[in-house]
Write a protein that binds this ligand. Sequence first.
Ligand code: ATP
Ligand code: BTN
Length: 317
Amino acid sequence: MRDYSVKLSIIKMLSDGEFVSGSDIGDSLGMSRAAVSKHVKSLNDWGLDIYSVQGKGYKLSEPFTMLDESELEKRVNVPVTLIPVIDSTNQYLLDRVEQLESGSVCLAEYQEKGRGRRGRDWISPFGSNLYMSMYWRLDAGMAAAMGLSLIVGVAIVEALEKLGAEGIKLKWPNDLYYNDKKLAGILVEMSGQAGGAAHLVIGMGLNISMPEGIEGITQPWVSLKEVCKTLPDRNILASELVNAWDKALEEYELYGMKGFVERWNRYDNFKERPARLIMGKREIEGIIKGIDEQGAVLIETENGVEAFIGGEISLRG
Ligand code: ATP
Ligand code: BTN
């Protein structure tokens, strides 16, 4: 893994949103102002918006609280690894399922290769969002995996509501929406099967305060700062989500989808609205009727209410 300690120290010095001069940064890190300037330039590639004013120094356009592994560890009961700069938190856990305890979590501040469903990019600028994954060993095997993005979605909305958010909705099978814009995405991936149990990694990218000018997102999106009057502290938010996932996954292992169907349907962004299901070349139009106990999406067409399930289906409003 590459050593990013200098860049991370600079970010830490700037994270409270105050001006810090190039020479102060240089002095504390034992380097020239020119070297500081070079590092700051490359931080913009990580999606940080740092500008400079002559005579004052550098400033982050939006302050933020950095994630802190020891703060997280105090608040959760599962093993936590924080790797500030990573390719993908899902990949990190997938590569280590043999060594990990079920429930282990990986978080990052920046993902170089964050991904969504079907290999799409997940845009992951430094510090402005949450990128979090959990490894779960599902003894019920692969067949039960389809429900995971649904129950984790419910757990996230409920946890965000407890922290003061209102109006967040779910889009089948893996998205959180607010005002018809994407707030978060969930990605469930598998790493083989051993003796019937499935090794699953559940990842979430949740936008908290994403810079407006960010490039590369091909659909309307929104950040939590537009949902909550006061944004929760990032370490508290991450810990609450870890605890909510852990609880939901345990409940799912014991009782299956039963306890989640009604909860999911309460938050359905498309309930009773017209939508299309896209399955390769096939498209079905109808009125969305929520989900069933298998985790399938229900759509009413002229043939009546039909259930659809599978990883290759996209729903469009
Ligand atoms: P579906 O899975 O139903 O086809 P989708 O279009 O949301 O829905 P996903 O694979 O779930 O597709 O999500 C990946 C998409 O999310 C990318 O194509 C990109 O447009 C968008 N995206 C990437 N990063 C972000 C982000 N940080 N916030 C919101 N949307 C993002
Ligand atoms: C989607 O909407 O398609 C799902 C997006 C999932 C993004 C998260 S960010 C943390 C984890 N690591 C990844 O590479 N992807 C997931």
